[in-house]
Design a protein around this ligand. Sequence first.
Ligand SMILES: [Zn+2]
Length: 177
Amino acid sequence: MKEFRGLITAAQARLRANDMNGARQFADMVLQSRGIRVAAAWEGVDEEAKPRCLAALRDAVAAWKRQLPELTIEVVQDPAKANWTIQFQPSVQCRGVQVAGITKWRSMSEGTIEIRTVLGRPYPQAHMCATITHELGHVLGLADHDDTDHLMGPISLAKRPAALGQHELNPLRALRE
Ligand SMILES: [Zn+2]
């Protein structure tokens, strides 16, 4: 459901066109979600790798929470209380190609984020954290970016992952004003 990725862009375009109703509709799709409660799930992941994955997940959620304190986003233990599942697995495919992570919506406010646990060796924890932060950006309505210097850009193991920055936060904060 790729259409969810451009919600903020769509809202901004309506704002620029002075179409406040249209802008609000798109903004509401992002803002009126029932919050993001994520639970971890596993498929084919060694016990010893799980603490590292969980730490990356907690760090990613904390990064968003730190920047957008009003946002309801938390890690929950009970999958029944979660609206988002973050599933760690050795292989994540998008149209036949291995990717670091992918977000799959079930509805406006629920779905599964698949995170690949084997991405080069070792898959540094900072990169896994950045991948999860990136996918949560999609959940919040952000689209992909071409530049590896941006969090929403492609992940590169060759460099330090981009942090959550103004490029991602400004549009999200603008929608809350
Ligand atoms: Zn992406």
